[in-house]
Ligand binder design. Structure first.
Ligand code: MG
Length: 369
């Protein structure tokens, strides 16, 4: 029974949940919506999944291929030692050759086991998203400092919600989800955010960027470029890094993404696109399948031509069933349900003649019992 129910709902899923509206181009539970792309996860937590872009895999070759001194024409003197890259004092900040923006970033770091210095002077480095906004790297295992400069802080903006650091010398993992600010014509549409996990513990949770922070100055919301490099800071301490990778994130509606709550204009455009695809697909089908596909397209966009083709197909369908009703009960109920759905959601007038015809067919053949 459950199996039958599932297959029945899948076949007519487009007439199942609430239809598209002014801000959502897809119906609720819409099977026309693209399936999420397959990603093979890493073998162990922290390992790069199949779609990750690896910026450092522990080898000298990977470091050379992906990183450079932040200043043009300067050679970096960071050292690859035992599968990690280590900051050398005075060597300067490094940056990735890759430029990117919104991302999931994974990076592991280790502060020197030999504890030296205090506050901001102990195991200080930092990862700068788009080269400009810092998630602090600092040995705060047993080392108080100003909280908005703690390990895992959005530096100068927001302290981490907790301090889950291991002892210095051990490896710490950062998982960072970064959204850049979106500013259009001087209007801040989204000020951007950071979500950060240290060693699997959430320390930033959609923290607004407020301009991205900085040293001593209070930053204000501002436009960011489209892309930028990842930078890792030379703060004079021999901090080591390993296993650095990122995955770009899907676009938000404010920057043209088609998942989530969209503007009326973007929704209308996407609905027209989906409807056009369905009508193209309908043209490759015949009979009931063609009719259902056309009716389905009306959920997204009521288009005069599509309505008239659907009406022709509908008339042919009714005539076909009338001529030979044997074995057509399921088909008629399916089409009738689709029509009822379209009427319920205002895609078809409730006094449309097809409604009476289908009703009569069902009654004549005793399919209502
Ligand atoms: Mg720093």
């Amino acid at each position: 029974m459950l199996l039958f129910f599932l297959s029945a709902t899948l076949a007519s899923a487009q007439f199942y949940g609430d239809p598209p509206d002014d801000h959502h181009p897809w119906a609720v539970h819409d099977n026309n919506r693209p399936q999420p792309p397959k990603v093979t996860p890493g073998k162990v937590p922290g390992a790069p999944p199949s779609d990750a872009i690896v910026l450092f895999d522990g080898t000298e070759a990977s470091f050379k291929a992906n990183w450079e001194h932040e200043k043009k024409n300067r050679k970096t003197e960071w050292q690859v030692i035992d599968g990690a890259v280590q900051c050398a004092k005075g060597a300067g900040t490094i940056r990735s050759k890759a430029q990117f923006a919104d991302c999931q970033l994974h990076v592991e770091w280790s502060a020197p086991a030999k504890v030296q210095g205090s506050s901001q002077g102990r195991g200080n480095s930092g990862v700068f998203l788009m080269g400009t906004t810092e998630i602090q790297v600092l040995d705060n295992y047993n080392n108080p400092t100003y909280p908005d400069g703690f390990a895992g802080s959005v530096y100068g903006v927001m302290p981490p919600a907790a301090n889950p650091l291991h002892a210095p010398g051990k490896w710490q993992s950062y998982d960072i989800i970064f959204r850049r600010p979106i500013v259009k014509d001087g209007v801040v549409l989204d000020e951007g955010s950071f979500t950060v996990l240290i060693n699997g513990v959430v320390v930033q949770d959609s923290t607004p960027l407020e301009g991205g922070g900085g040293h001593r100055g209070r930053s204000k919301p501002r436009a960011f470029p489209e892309k930028g490099p990842l930078k890792i800071q030379d703060h004079g301490n021999p901090v080591r890094f390993r296993n650095i990778w990122y995955r770009p994130l899907r676009k938000r509606p404010v920057e043209g993404g088609t998942d989530g709550k969209l503007s009326v204009e973007a929704t209308t455009a996407k609905r027209a696109e989906i409807a056009a695809d369905l009508r193209k697909d309908a043209a490759t089908k015949k009979g009931k399948e063609r009719l259902l596909r056309l009716l389905e397209s009306l959920c997204y966009e009521v288009d005069e031509e599509a309505v008239s083709v659907a009406e022709e197909e509908g008339q042919a369908f009714v005539a076909g069933v009338k001529a030979k009703p044997e074995g057509r009960k399921g088909d008629v109920i399916q089409v009738n349900n689709a029509v009822k759905y379209l009427v319920k959601h205002g895609r078809m007038p409730s006094d449309h003649e097809a409604i009476g015809q289908l009703k009569a067919l069902i009654k004549e053949n005793g399919w209502d019992k």
